[in-house]
Design a protein around this ligand. Sequence first.
Ligand code: AMP
Length: 435
Amino acid sequence: MTYSIPKGVYDILPEDLSGKELWKESRRWQALKTLLRSSAETYGFEEISTPVFETTALFQRTIGENTDIVSKEMYIFEDKAGRSMTLRPEGTACVMRSFIENHYQQRAYAHKLFYIGPMFRYERRQAGRYRQFYQFGAEAIGQAAPEQDAEMIDFLYTLCARIGVKNLQIRLNSIGDADCRRLFKQALVDYLAPFKKELSEESQKRLETNPLRVLDSKNPKDREITEGAPSILSFLQSEAREHFEAVKNYLETLKIPFVIDRRLVRGLDYYNRTVFEIVCEDGASRDSLGGGGRYDHLLECLGGPNLPAVGWAVGLERILQALLAQNHRFSKKRGPFLFLIPLGEESTAYAFSLLKKLRLNDISCEMDYSGKKLKQILQYAHRRDAIFVSVIGDLELKERTLKIKEMASGKEISVPANEAEKHFLSLKQCYDHLP
Ligand code: AMP
């Protein structure tokens, strides 16, 4: 009996042996997560982690019954007490649930939170779509001003740029407030009704359940039909229009490249006013890297305080894949700093205690105890990208010296054994500064 990974998910591994899916290598994930966390700190965001499962009702209430996520994609299970639980398909609802439950409105009048973690959606299998994928998301709660939208879009753009993704562009739209949206929805339905039979099956359904989503259909015929559809922007009432104008002006001030995309409506029900996505203009990623928008009524709809909010999420797989498609140079893989090869029992005991001392000084080192031939051990050390190797035989023990060889250059030096720690510490400092 052999076991294989479920469909639509993947392993993150120390090395991708196929050489074709380098984005799955763990060091790239670690580097990305480090950058994400430090950028979040620069923008004043604090980390929040919520469980990977919540009650099903939370997502039904927030994301909306007629969305693809709720109607088709959730991983729902019953726990042993018969309660319906769902593996979280997105992070915002969870953050809002936690915000309310922990009375966070008492903490300050404005809050900036971020999360990194796996999300789960039973998506149709296609390139770049996984059933477990990682999102980094940011939520700014408490500020209704357009400055907050601009700051969030700036954060999203700057973060992706700082990571090294090139040719970025923000796509921007406003879906107005509930009143504008109601009028627009009606106008859209009226416009689409005569074309109903020509629309794709999916869009025909959406026309009934969630007409705004017909606008972001990828089907060419649907797109041809919606080309002439009314624009939501002409339905914006004065406050929503002023808000949108202000957001655009700030983005221009911040020199963030953006285009207005009147088809952009986003999949989830809870958005209002500003919605946005970030894409690579050169098509390095088939779909958007991330997106979000304003959701001023979400907290209240969950029984929380009446506080406005704006947030977004990016997909980590997409970012790594876009970087690779753009030939981004990741930092080199680093193996152990030192690989000790003792020959014989006495040397092994000595190497073991040296290993311990060096590790306590934060020097990454390893030791061989395979009993294999020296040539094979050296090949292994090379494969592991060790920077230095040191073979400890009877002579080295007797003379109380260590012979240290730099793998890349083959250069060898001798160090008195009682100075080995000091020596390695200063060597490590030089190497820590290398890219
Ligand atoms: P959404 O929560 O649908 O607005 O998605 C935000 C971002 O998460 C997208 O732009 C993608 O980068 C990523 N994402 C969403 N769904 C998936 C998926 N099934 N597989 C991989 N990434 C995804």
